[in-house]
Design a protein around this ligand. Structure first.
Ligand code: GLU
Length: 551
């Protein structure tokens, strides 16, 4: 037996399988159609969900499903220092709330799929199989250097002005240990990490072909990076290679911050004798700040947190629609041509993603969201508002749930039809939007564009005599037109415009007074529908109240 084979046995006596056996017998190739993309979203459960996570996972989900492939949700919980209790559940629930659907992995109902386990903390043995193989082939070795020794190397490297890390002459100590030396240290219980014996050289070049960014040439890796930490847990680099291989991932879609480590990953795939997946590095979401673009920041921008969107009451479907808008610039054109289509039908393309980072803009999100909400049915809006208010606005919830058909009526006004209104961009707008439907919330805005008090009184007096909240729209409008002539107003706007000097105003001015009396506003959705929903009693009371107080 060679020294390296004895070393592999010494370090991993519990491992009996080989990578090839695992790949043939336990994690065989998937049976999928040609060209199907298998990808994954692989968050670390840090307890904070960035909207960028939703963006990247949506991109991964689209890429997989549009190709007839599969998308996996893998939890990368190897960094116990950064892990937060319940962090994984937060992500799983969060993504499912956004309607981002995974085929396998850690799902809301538990783990699912034949390529698991899908939490890295449960996969220790698998990493050891691959690590043992590298040790056996002389491509990895145990390193017993202490923190102090590593710090000393770093200081020397800093002084010499060379790349910091375990490499070259700085790696000699553990690289060159004999089997007997290592055995003595292991037997003495000395802690060690397992490092890659990198064949790279400073100045060597490597090429990464990125699906989004094209070809990137970088310096090759020459550092003896850590593969397994002293507790036997892998580093991200090694776990990525093993997991994406065993899960039969064909495309690694991940944040741009990983481009710099790609030379390590390419080298690991090569040394392990594995097929390298394709890479697509997604640029971070950006924010405009004082004319310049910067990354959307967890520290500075409340909208970086996913919780912001649920608190504000943006429908998840509006957020994902907006994210697709900024993922591919062709989305908006497509939406204009396919108004009713589900966004899953949009032909999303990784290749068309921005390299400099998509701008995340709340104003634009609001307009997309208002558009999405305008396409919902009254029932959908009502249900969503109730669900949101239950959690975030108890008073609104109580008001709406006290009379659900009245609530549904509020949201039915001006819904459907060719040009639906877009007054609601998020559920927290509903309180302001709907306040005048509740007597105790009715306030009247000041309006100096209305006729004088005496005229207003005369208009309303006349209207009180004919008002019937049960009138159909035509009858209702005819009645309002009928008020005009006796009071010196023109019943027809066009006619008024031809000779305005003959009138005190037109039918629009008359209805503005009625609108103000009934709703306290100059601008509302369809006044006839509002009148019908408020009902006779309330309308009469509101008009009288207005005449008493403000005419
Ligand atoms: N756990 C890594 C992260 O949260 C995942 C990177 C990857 O997708 O490979 O950034």
């Amino acid at each position: 037996m060679s020294d390296s084979a004895r070393l592999a046995q010494l370090l991993f006596p519990h491992i009996t399988q080989t990578p090839a056996q695992l790949m043939e017998q336990v994690y065989p190739p998937r049976e999928l159609p040609e060209g199907a993309v298998v990808t994954r979203f692989a968050p670390s459960p840090t307890g904070f969900m960035h909207i960028g996570n939703v963006f990247t996972s949506l991109v991964a989900e689209r890429a997989a499903h549009l190709s007839g492939g599969r998308v996996i949700l893998r939890i990368e919980d190897t960094d116990k220092k950064r892990e937060v209790e319940g962090g994984a559940e937060l992500i799983v629930r969060g993504l499912s709330d956004f309607g981002i659907y995974f085929d396998e992995g850690v799902l809301p109902g538990g783990e699912q799929g034949a390529y698991g386990p899908y939490r890295q903390s449960m996969r220790a043995e698998l990493y050891h199989v691959f690590c043992k193989d590298l040790v056996e082939r002389g491509l990895a070795y145990p390193c017993f250097c202490t923190e102090d020794e590593l710090a000393e190397y770093r200081a020397r490297q800093e002084q010499a002005g060379v790349t910091p890390g375990y490499w070259g002459e700085y790696a000699e100590k553990c690289r060159s240990r004999s089997y007997d030396e290592i055995k003595a240290l292991v037997d003495a219980g000395k802690p060690y990490v397992v490092r890659l014996r990198s064949p790279g050289k400073p100045g060597g070049r490597v090429k990464l072909r990125d699906v989004i960014r094209g070809e990137i040439e970088m310096e090759e890796n020459f550092i003896d990076v850590v593969l397994l930490k002293s507790d036997g847990i892998p580093t991200y680099h090694f776990a990525h290679v093993v997991d994406d291989t065993l899960m039969r991932v064909t495309q690694v879609i991940r944040g741009e911050e990983w481009v710099a480590s790609a030379p390590i990953h390419l080298q690991l795939f090569w040394l392990c004798g594995l097929k390298t997946p394709k890479y697509a590095h997604v640029s971070p979401l950006m924010k405009e700040d004082g004319g310049a673009k910067r990354k959307l920041s967890k520290r500075k921008d409340p909208e970086a947190a996913v919780s912001y969107f649920s608190e504000q009451g943006y429908p998840a479907s509006a957020v994902t629609e907006y994210l697709l808008t900024i993922a591919n610039s062709g989305f908006e054109d497509w939406r204009r041509q396919n108004r009713e289509a589900p966004c899953s039908e949009f032909p999303f393309s990784l290749k068309k993603m921005s390299l400099s980072g998509a701008l995340f803009d709340l104003v634009k999100l609001q307009s997309v969201s208002a558009e999405v909400i305008s396409r919902m049915t009254a029932e959908e809006v009502c249900e969503s508002v109730l669900a949101w208010a239950k959690e975030y606005d108890a008073d609104l919830y109580a008001r709406l749930s006290a009379d659900k058909s009245f609530a549904a009526g509020i949201f039915a006004i001006d819904r459907g039809g060719k040009k639906p209104r877009k007054d609601i961009a998020k559920w927290s707008d509903v309180r302001g939007y709907a306040s005048y439907f509740f007597d105790d919330m009715l306030t009247r805005e000041s309006a100096d564009t209305l006729p004088d008090g005496e005229t207003r009184r005369a208009i309303l007096q006349a209207y009180l005599e004919v008002l019937d909240a049960a009138d159909d729209k035509d009858t209702w409008f005819e009645k309002i037109r009928g008020l005009c002539a006796p009071l010196g107003f023109c019943p027809d706007v066009k006619q008024y415009k031809e000779s305005p000097e003959q009138y005190r105003g037109h039918v629009g001015d008359v209805s503005a007074v009625i609108r103000m009396a009934l709703t306290g506003r100059l601008n509302t959705p369809d006044l006839h529908a509002i009148t019908a929903l408020l009902g006779q009693e309330r309308c009469l009371a509101r008009i009288k109240d207005y005449m008493e107080k403000e005419c």
